[in-house]
Design a protein around this ligand. Structure first.
Ligand code: ATP
Ligand code: MG
Length: 823
């Protein structure tokens, strides 16, 4: 099981993994921990991340970015329509009305859903995690802004599925940050003490989020969140871009907006300019400097409107929590755009205190997600830490009233209600009915989800049946009707009420949440997609609990109840159907395969190109001596032809064509390379063999000189060894002579492999005889000295692995019997 956290940012993404050493943010194939949220489409493949960003100017119409906020939105949504005017690529409407992205891919016009594009990006991030962990990655935690609605969240979960990921939790970005902050703190107040209150501020590229968190030892609880989803670093870029567009129009009569490439460039330059201005850097690149002079001093003024928006969410969280500024222990700030000095100033001024930047502003979200994944993963041992998040918008249910016509409604989860959380609602109904969920603030999300509770029938007596409906906000922060059951009461004394909140609700606190989390752990499933069996299980568990919680009622002892699970029809806004989603999964697989094939094809082509350049260099360099002039001429010509071919007919060929081409070249080149390699290696091989021969000879000599070190050896055996050593010497000398007279442009008379084989053969024949230890019983110290002692009486220390030449070896013998490195 993998433990991975993904920060899916509007502009850039980060990947954090858990390993034995702890949580680590990992780098992509460019050794960069930041992966741009870009996908580029080409005639043969896609590029994702940094490779895509590098095409943003050259292939601007087909390089998409800034799609994070298209999740769960209709094409006609005002946000989409207004974003559209600033994009250089095209958007289109999906068949279901959602936002799609129109590009040319594989020389065809294609419309991809937002889920698909994010799925592509996630697939890339998954690869990054996989290459860091060196194993497949499936389970993960993905971040979303705290202001994401149900539709947006479900859409991201679908994207994860397209990428073959199992998202254990969609985690609110600021909540991930609170976890990254809190879990390592050793000095948090004890559970019964007053919590430590910390405010977290995240200003990213597209959005601004604030949350207030209460920390105690082993737990964190989000108290409130506020946000401005229309304030981010991007808005500062927009202001600069607008300014320069206007200026170019006036000064040069240039309409930058109508030139996509120029617009993309201008955005890049303006972002650089913004960063440089916030860094207060004195040495600016020339290109930037003239921009800079142009707006020097005006920037604050130009951005006054944006800066004024900083305070709203800060004020809002303070009002929601009714906290005083003195109650705030610290204000932590993260997100790339939080580096803008005037932003920091505003936040600091509001709270009347220095703001802290103890967290990594770019990586804290990913790290928090990886920590959450580790907590959810049974495979990882992490410090116990309980996380209570909040519902960002109040959620209400609406239904047709049973008694009279007209609608009734009820707020089921007010804003800042703890999440994840389940509640059980009771209805009295004679027929199937529909519950419609909606956000109370229509601006937050004008969409609705509908849940049809089916198979409801009156009781035998004709009275309304009691229907228990379980609603919940799951781990992803998504609202759903998780189950419904019909309680058949044989005898009921309860009066008819349109709806009541079940008494278990009050008890339905953290312990119930625990149940939810447990389920998620086991199945990693999305709440509303739970199998029926599971829903049933939950319901039984609940009714058990209910019975436990109900005081014994002797008067009603004879009343029997029977619970029947009811099917529910979900009509979720913008939810992809299973068929469509499966189609996307399949398509993503095909595109991944296509990218892989294209990469292999390109690699094969590059190999030919590299070989041509490499060989051309070497033919007049190190290889020169090893090829005849005539052959060199022919080969050079062949290389030149190939180079031309690569730019003409060979520009665009199948992989196999390149492989064949390379083999063809190698047929000419390889023998030359081989001769060179042989000539390089040969002296060392001879030298090693020579040294070996010398060493054996020396022992034989010592034996013959009756050296007592060797008097245990068998004479016959030594004689046999001596002969073998002499034979090897003769063989070597003759080969050396022959080779010295051989032209280097011809194949060698003896190969390095043959010399090494000879050495090996000699070793196995001689070593057993010559290194036989002297059978002696002495004190361990002396014994050691004997077996390892100098073979020739000298005992000067010798450097290990001494590479003495055979003649030198005779004078300064090795200390030990050589442990020969034959292979
Ligand atoms: P979001 O959180 O909205 O999804 P994101 O996570 O991709 O977006 P970040 O990476 O947190 O966003 O921040 C990117 C923004 O921060 C960009 O607008 C970038 O220009 C800005 N930024 C980064 N460094 C600096 C800096 N030194 N000064 C000013 N702005 C900066
Ligand atoms: Mg972010």
């Amino acid at each position: 099981m993998s433990v991975v956290g993904f920060d899916l940012g509007f502009q850039s993404c980060y990947v954090a993994v858990a390993r034995a050493g702890g949580i680590e943010t990992v780098a992509n194939e460019y050794s960069d921990r930041c992966t741009p949220s870009f996908v580029s489409f080409g005639p043969r493949n896609r590029a994702i991340g940094a490779a895509a960003k590098s095409q943003v100017v050259t292939n601007c119409k087909n390089t998409v970015q800034g799609f994070k906020r298209f999740h769960g939105r209709a094409f006609s949504d005002p946000y989409v329509q207004s974003a559209k005017s600033n994009l250089v690529y095209d958007l289109a409407q999906m068949p279901n009305g959602a936002t799609g992205i129109k590009v040319m891919y594989m020389e065809e016009e294609r419309v991809f859903s937002t889920e698909q594009v994010t799925g592509m990006l996630l697939n890339k991030l998954k690869e990054t995690a996989e290459s860091a962990l060196k194993k497949p990655v499936v389970d993960c935690v993905i971040s979303v802004p705290s202001y994401f609605t149900d539709a947006e969240r479900r859409s991201v979960v679908d994207a994860a599925q397209i990428a073959g990921l199992n998202c254990l939790r969609l985690m609110n970005e600021t909540t991930a940050v609170t976890l990254a902050y809190g879990i390592y703190k050793q000095d948090l107040p004890a559970p019964e003490e007053k919590p430590r209150i910390v405010v977290f501020v995240d200003l990213g590229h597209s959005g601004y989020q604030v949350s207030v968190c209460a920390f105690n030892k082993g737990k964190l609880k989000i108290l409130a969140t506020a946000f401005d989803s229309d304030l981010g670093g991007k808005d500062f870029d927009d202001i600069l871009v607008k300014h320069f567009c206007e200026e170019f129009r006036q000064k040069y009569k240039l309409d930058v907006k109508s030139r996509p490439r120029a617009l993309v460039r201008l955005y890049q330059e303006c972002e650089k300019l913004k960063k440089l201005m916030s860094a207060n850097s004195s040495d600016l690149p020339l290109s930037i400097e003239c921009f800079m002079n142009d707006i020097d001093g005006q920037f604050e003024e130009m951005c006054a409107g944006l800066l004024a928006k900083v305070e709203g969410p800060l004020r809002s969280v303070m009002e929601q929590t009714k906290l005083k500024k003195e109650d705030i222990y610290a204000v932590e700030i993260v997100g790339g755009a939080s580096r803008i000095p005037s932003i920091k100033e505003r936040v600091s001024k509001f709270f009347g205190k220095e703001i802290s930047t103890t967290l990594n502003a770019d990586e804290a979200v990913a790290r928090g997600c990886a920590l959450q994944c580790a907590i959810l993963s049974p495979a990882f041992k992490v410090r116990e830490f309980s996380i209570t998040d909040v519902v960002p918008y109040s959620i209400s249910l609406r239904w047709h009233s049973a008694a009279e016509e007209g609608q009734s409604d009820c707020e089921v989860f007010p804003k800042n209600h703890a999440a994840p959380f389940s509640k059980v609602l009771t209805f009295y109904r004679k027929e199937p009915f529909t519950l419609e969920a909606y956000y109370n603030n229509p601006k937050s999300c004008p969409t609705h989800s509908q849940f049809l509770i089916k198979n409801v029938a009156p009781q035998q007596s004709g009275e309304s049946s009691k229907v228990k409906v379980k609603v919940r906000v799951n781990l992803h922060g998504v609202f759903s009707v998780a189950g419904a059951s019909l309680v058949e009461v044989v005898k009921s004394t309860e009066g008819e009420e349109p709806m009541e909140t079940d008494p278990t609700t009050a008890k339905d606190d953290e312990s119930k949440m625990q149940v939810d989390q447990e389920e998620q752990k086991q199945t990693g499933d999305v709440g509303e997609k739970k199998s029926e069996a599971e829903e049933m299980e939950m319901a039984t568990e609940e009714s058990k609990e209910e019975k436990k919680n109900e005081p014994p009622q002797p008067k009603k002892a004879k009343v029997k109840t029977k619970t029947v699970e009811l099917p529910i029809d979900n009509n979720l806004h913008w939810q992809l159907s299973t068929d469509v989603l499966n189609g996307f999964v399949e398509n993503e697989g095909k595109m991944v395969m296509q990218d892989k094939l294209e990469k292999e094809r390109n690699d094969a082509k590059n190999n030919v190109e590299e070989y041509v350049y490499d060989m051309r260099d070497k033919l007049h360099g190190i290889l020169e001596k090893f090829v005849t002039e005539a052959d060199r001429g022919t080969f050079s010509l062949k290389l030149e032809d190939t180079e031309n071919w690569l730019y003409e007919d060979g520009e665009d060929q199948q992989k196999q064509v390149y492989i064949d081409k390379l083999n063809e070249l190698k047929q000419m080149g390889q023998p030359i390379c081989d001769r060179y390699m042989e000539a390089e290696e040969r002296p060392r091989a001879f030298e090693e063999l020579g040294r070996q021969i010398q060493q054996y000879m020396k022992i034989v000599e010592s034996f013959k000189a009756k050296d007592e070190q060797y008097d245990h050896m068998d004479e016959l055996e030594v004689t046999r060894v001596e002969k073998q050593v002499n034979d090897a010497m003769t063989w070597m000398n003759s080969k050396m002579n022959q080779q010295n007279n051989q032209n280097l442009t011809l194949d060698p008379v003896v190969t390095v492999a043959e010399i090494r084989a000879k050495a090996k053969e000699l070793h196995s024949a001689c070593n057993p005889v010559l290194s036989k230890p002297k059978p002696k019983v002495e004190s361990p110290k002396e014994e050691k000295a004997t077996t390892n002692g100098p073979v020739n009486g000298h005992d000067e220390p010798q450097p290990a692995g001494d590479k003495a030449t055979p003649t030198k070896g005779q004078e300064t013998a090795e200390n030990k019997l050589p442990e020969m490195d034959i292979d």
